[in-house]
Write a protein that binds this ligand. Sequence first.
Ligand SMILES: *[C@@H]1O[C@H](CO)[C@@H](O)[C@H](O)[C@H]1NC(C)=O
Ligand SMILES: *[C@@H]1O[C@H](CO)[C@@H](O)[C@H](O)[C@H]1NC(C)=O
Ligand SMILES: *[C@@H]1O[C@H](CO)[C@@H](O)[C@H](O)[C@H]1NC(C)=O
Ligand SMILES: *[C@@H]1O[C@H](CO)[C@@H](O)[C@H](O)[C@H]1NC(C)=O
Ligand SMILES: *[C@@H]1O[C@H](CO)[C@@H](O)[C@H](O)[C@H]1NC(C)=O
Ligand SMILES: *[C@@H]1O[C@H](CO)[C@@H](O)[C@H](O)[C@H]1NC(C)=O
Ligand SMILES: *[C@@H]1O[C@H](CO)[C@@H](O)[C@H](O)[C@H]1NC(C)=O
Ligand SMILES: *[C@@H]1O[C@H](CO)[C@@H](O)[C@H](O)[C@H]1NC(C)=O
Ligand SMILES: *[C@@H]1O[C@H](CO)[C@@H](O)[C@H](O)[C@H]1NC(C)=O
Ligand SMILES: *[C@@H]1O[C@H](CO)[C@@H](O)[C@H](O)[C@H]1NC(C)=O
Ligand SMILES: *[C@@H]1O[C@H](CO)[C@@H](O)[C@H](O)[C@H]1NC(C)=O
Ligand SMILES: *[C@@H]1O[C@H](CO)[C@@H](O)[C@H](O)[C@H]1NC(C)=O
Length: 823
Amino acid sequence: MVNSGGSMLLIWVSSILCVICVSLGYNPLDNYLIDCGSSTNKSVGDRLFVADQFYSNLLSIPHITFANASSSPNSSAYDPSLFQTARIFNETSFYTFSVNKSGRHWIRLYFFPFVFRSYNLSTAKFSVSAQNFTLIKEYQPKVNPEVKEFSFNVSSDRLVLNFTPFANSIAFVNALEVFSLPDELFPPGATTIGPQGKYLNLGKQALETVERLNMGNQTVFPHDDTLWRLWDADGKYLKHSNVEKFLANVKAVNFTKGRLTENIAPSSVYGTATVLNSDPDPQTNANVTWLFDVDPGFEYLVRFHFCDILPRPSARFYFNVYIGSSAVVQYFDLLNRTSDVGVPYFMDVITTVSGSRMLNVSIGPSNNVQYPNAILNGLEIMKISNAKDSLYVLDSISSKSSKTKVILIVGLAAGSFIIIVLALVLFLLCRRRSLADLSHRKAEDHFPMNEGDTVYTVGSKFSNGTLIFSTSKFGYRFPFVAIQEATDNFSESLVLGVGGFGKVYKGVLRDETRVAVKRGTSQSQGIAEFQTEIEMLSQFRHRHLVSLIGYCDERNEMIIIYEFMENGTLKNHLCGSNHPSLSWRQRLEICIGAAKGLHYLHTGSTKAIIHRDVKSANILLDENFMAKVADFGLSKTGPEIDQSHVSTAVKGSFGYLDPEYLIRQQLTEKSDVYSFGVVMFEVLCGRPVIDPSLPREKVNLVEWALKCQRRGQLEEIVDPLLQGQIKPDSLKKFREIAEKCLAECGVYRPSMGDILWNLESALQLQGDEGRSSHNGKMTEKFNRANSLETCGSAAQVSIGSMGDLAGVSMSKVFAQMVREEMR
Ligand SMILES: *[C@@H]1O[C@H](CO)[C@@H](O)[C@H](O)[C@H]1NC(C)=O
Ligand SMILES: *[C@@H]1O[C@H](CO)[C@@H](O)[C@H](O)[C@H]1NC(C)=O
Ligand SMILES: *[C@@H]1O[C@H](CO)[C@@H](O)[C@H](O)[C@H]1NC(C)=O
Ligand SMILES: *[C@@H]1O[C@H](CO)[C@@H](O)[C@H](O)[C@H]1NC(C)=O
Ligand SMILES: *[C@@H]1O[C@H](CO)[C@@H](O)[C@H](O)[C@H]1NC(C)=O
Ligand SMILES: *[C@@H]1O[C@H](CO)[C@@H](O)[C@H](O)[C@H]1NC(C)=O
Ligand SMILES: *[C@@H]1O[C@H](CO)[C@@H](O)[C@H](O)[C@H]1NC(C)=O
Ligand SMILES: *[C@@H]1O[C@H](CO)[C@@H](O)[C@H](O)[C@H]1NC(C)=O
Ligand SMILES: *[C@@H]1O[C@H](CO)[C@@H](O)[C@H](O)[C@H]1NC(C)=O
Ligand SMILES: *[C@@H]1O[C@H](CO)[C@@H](O)[C@H](O)[C@H]1NC(C)=O
Ligand SMILES: *[C@@H]1O[C@H](CO)[C@@H](O)[C@H](O)[C@H]1NC(C)=O
Ligand SMILES: *[C@@H]1O[C@H](CO)[C@@H](O)[C@H](O)[C@H]1NC(C)=O
């Protein structure tokens, strides 16, 4: 009695636990549900899709457009309301999600093209990438709504999702989901079919869901699935419709008896099945086959879901499972694998599809069995990323790609005669080469186009002297004569500035494009920086980064051609003569622009790019005083830092250098943050970072500003030209964030994203003030320019002996400074 009472209690407790289990469902640690372009949050089932204005901090986009559909899609298995709005991107844009849980994450992207004002989303063409994976390449939306689902292992603390429109096109997305998956969902690998049955590790691969079917011809909708999956009814994929029958017996499914959870597939999937119909003829000998259309040239993970839900009594049965004509298992005894009826079971197999576009899956009776039967409850087919980490290949024909290239080049050069001639020569060369290639092998790209690829390496191609165009569409090699012509043979009268690298000239190309031409002096040390700069600039294109137009390495020259920035450097406007001074509002906007550029560098790709030389002289202003970050000669990417942080000489500019980096020589993004903090104080105080003409305690701006800040006297050192312009709240916000940037310890400094956020709010706190007052200050600025004449020249005189202040490498100076500091 006692015993049975105890077991009753146990059953009672476990069934309570079970109920709790079921009602809790799955609760992802990382869970981003975004209704893109919407202004209101939307409840979809038990989930809330948040209007993306509440997630704008995730998005670093130069330009965005919200769009409303005039009608929602007629039918979609997903909630149609999610397709009603979209966010449109006209240049490369990305979302950065912070990730708490490492492991596989799902990304679902919702696409439905509609027409909104001048945007016809049906004409969109774009690529989507994340981490190192190309998820979508040159996608053109279908007429009907579509949801694409990807998964990959995230091991860092962020996940960056990139949208890249094809040249002259747009990208869009209607909604997106990013959430962490339960670890049990994807075992580390699976076996391949075939005699050798190799085990493959999938941990590092991205997967794209190609098909997800519920057998029994019943759709299972996202709200009935713990992981919000859509399981399509299998009817339309069946090859024959006379040898199978559909079965539903959801009550027979019992998860507690087995080891699986509903996260693998819900009971509504395991509780329905398509089985071999042996009713008319007990000796039926036929296969039940499903046909799928897939991209050849990839491996696929095929997951079979089984559960014996046959009505009882029923004879024990054995069957075969095939992919194509290969048997995955023969004499498959489901009961042996699960040890009881109603227990869910799944099996993963990897198969390669080459040649044909078809992938067939069959179940059928094994030879010589007494009671032929076969069952399948669910099926998932996932495409595995290839060796290039891509889920897409383009069927490109080399003649087509060289044609595109010429169009591209011509478009870029527009009017520059020399370059067109060059392009034609190259075109002929290419064509001859590709024709030659074609006769040897099949069409293989001799000059790969890679429009959709995210990484371009240009620098690595320098060593061989051949004429190779950058594969990026952003910059390419100029003939030396064209540059001579543009700069009046490097006329001294066109010199815009002089730096450690060499001189910067103003130039005009034949098509009237105004450019800035940086010409390196031939020092061996400069070559690496020259290459880094071109590499960086051709990889990254952003509204707040100075664009590369081209380069020239003929005759050992190191010339880089940039877009021309009308208003020169920020430094000149803060402390230069003959430059109009900037209003507080303008200064905030400039800081925001520069912060956006740096934020992009830090978060725009898997490995953060560290600029290493953030200073006011490297922040340039265009005709509208929009800020762009320049000078990437010292930039470093993550992996290189790991290799070289011990041996790397400290580089950067005097006055802006992160003290932690100086001492430990360990470079992080936070070193840029420190330098940016210095720039912020420069912006606030309108004086040089180092001004030796001032009394000793005031020479170093940062020291002085922090001292004043501590004493609560910061107002005293605010640029006199800003007097009365700054709202106290705006100033407070600004100096708080600037001070945080200068924290001794990198970890206590904010990220560029946080800075951006705070600067935006400082701008908001400023309100409209300052917009009008700027003109009133115009006369004052000229008076000031005269009084400041001394500031620049004094600095030059006394520091001239220390080396090139504006220059690139200050390592010597610092070695000395550190030594003196140590004494
Ligand atoms: C995830 O991390 C963010 C900050 O990184 C934190 O605010 C949030 O609470 C974390 N979420 C969970 C579920 O731990
Ligand atoms: C929408 O959701 C976000 C995030 O949960 C929340 O901050 C915001 O207040 C919500 N907005 C509305 C209008 O409910
Ligand atoms: C989209 O529609 C909503 C509600 O009808 C409206 O509030 C919003 O302003 C519209 N957005 C655009 C970009 O037209
Ligand atoms: C939706 O239905 C309407 C009328 O039934 C039809 O004109 C329209 O083409 C349909 N749209 C789509 C996307 O199927
Ligand atoms: C994107 O659109 C905005 C506004 O329409 C425009 O200022 C910007 O130049 C566009 N960018 C590109 C790359 O066309
Ligand atoms: C949008 O583009 C598609 C595809 O190019 C075209 O068929 C359709 O007519 C266009 N719609 C409008 C309203 O321009
Ligand atoms: C991306 O690729 C690089 C080099 O191919 C590799 O070192 C890095 O680990 C990869 N990152 C991820 C997140 O897989
Ligand atoms: C994710 O990657 C890490 C490191 O590469 C590995 O240890 C882990 O097993 C992977 N996780 C999954 C779910 O594949
Ligand atoms: C599957 O179900 C759909 C709709 O419920 C039906 O139209 C179709 O005929 C069924 N397929 C088969 C093979 O019975
Ligand atoms: C599942 O199996 C367990 C153990 O055999 C049993 O106690 C439980 O009642 C079953 N649950 C359902 C829903 O049939
Ligand atoms: C089922 O398909 C397999 C693989 O294509 C084939 O070898 C087998 O003969 C088929 N069985 C029947 C009964 O058609
Ligand atoms: C499954 O089959 C193996 C031999 O093929 C046998 O040893 C084992 O006992 C069976 N297990 C069950 C649960 O029937």
